[in-house]
Design a protein around this ligand. Structure first.
Ligand SMILES: *[C@@H]1O[C@H](CO)[C@@H](O)[C@H](O)[C@H]1NC(C)=O
Length: 286
């Protein structure tokens, strides 16, 4: 007993050392792009950098580029830090989304629409269930997404899908299967991202074209983290049934929707002259 108390520092140092060691192992396993993704198109335009700690996608006149996760997920939380194309990014779109395969696919979308230098990006969100989308909400951001990395997240469970920016919920899409609205609940999805030219529609509805003299355009990624159920896992129950937003999350969501939302399909009466989609009648926050 005296020997233990005689060397308390040593014990603490050993404890600290082993804890730090574990942390490093867990962390490097969690965010190495070599382990987590495949570069799927654009040849050399998609690159894993920095020993797997970061990744870049570029777009030039000949092609864009993209990657997708090696694993498929069914429920959970997916985070990625992204720094978007800087300067004159008009006409470019960086898509970051989850998608299953096949004709009746499910999809949870973030799309980031570039703009002329100094003008704001638009964040476009959508949810597809069994092949049907048409559930757009669009936002401005409260910061310049090209200056620094920011975290873009999707929390997906049986109750809802929550889109977050720097941990602030910008959209909550509830599961209304009980009233017959399809919800992505059965098909595992991969994470995808791509950078491409969409100057027919992206910036000011297609009025501003891509300025190719600024090419190549580049977006950067780091800290991919999937606290999600890999499709083959056996115990998914905690990720499936996780709760929706708490009071504070709800307050933040209201703040974003009040000051930064620029389009909501639920309030687009021209588009749905015969009545709003069913899921919209329940909630203001779809
Ligand atoms: C680009 O800037 C214009 C002018 O500020 C703005 O109307 C538009 O919503 C911005 N974003 C996109 C993607 O067009």
């Amino acid at each position: 007993m005296t020997t233990y108390t005689a060397f308390p520092d040593v014990q603490i140092i050993i404890l600290l050392f082993s804890w730090v060691g574990l942390f490093i192992v867990a962390n490097s396993a969690a965010d190495n792009f070599y382990d987590d993704v495949d570069l799927t198109w654009g040849d050399h335009r998609a690159q894993i950098l920095d020993e797997g700690k970061s990744l870049s996608l570029t777009l030039d006149k000949a092609s864009g580029s993209g990657f997708r996760s090696k694993r498929e997920y069914l429920f959970g939380r997916i985070d990625m830090e992204i720094k978007f194309v800087a300067g004159d990014s008009a006409g470019t779109v960086t898509a970051y989304y989850l998608s299953s395969e096949g004709p009746y696919h499910d999809e949870i979308d973030f799309e980031f629409l570039g703009n002329s230098s100094g003008e704001p990006y638009i964040v476009h969100t959508n949810v597809y269930a069994q092949g049907n989308g048409n559930r757009e909400q669009k936002f401005y951001l409260w910061f310049d997404p090209t200056k620094n990395f920011h975290t873009y997240s999707i929390i997906w469970n049986l109750q809802s899908i929550i889109f977050l920016v720097d941990n602030i919920p910008v959209r909550e899409y509830n599961n209304e299967e009980a009233i017959g609205v399809p919800f992505p609940s059965k098909q595992p999805m991969r994470v995808y991202s791509s950078l491409w030219n969409a100057d027919q529609w992206a910036t000011r509805g297609g009025l501003v074209k891509t300025n190719w003299s600024c090419a190549p355009f580049t977006a950067y990624y780091r800290n991919f983290n999937a606290n999600a159920c890999v499709a083959s896992c056996t115990d998914c129950s905690s990720k499936m049934s996780a709760q929706g937003l708490e009071a504070n999350g709800r307050r933040l969501l209201r703040w974003v929707q009040k000051y930064y939302m620029i389009y909501n399909y639920c309030t687009d009466l021209k588009r749905f002259p015969n009545g709003r989609p069913r899921e919209c009648r329940r909630s203001r926050f779809m």
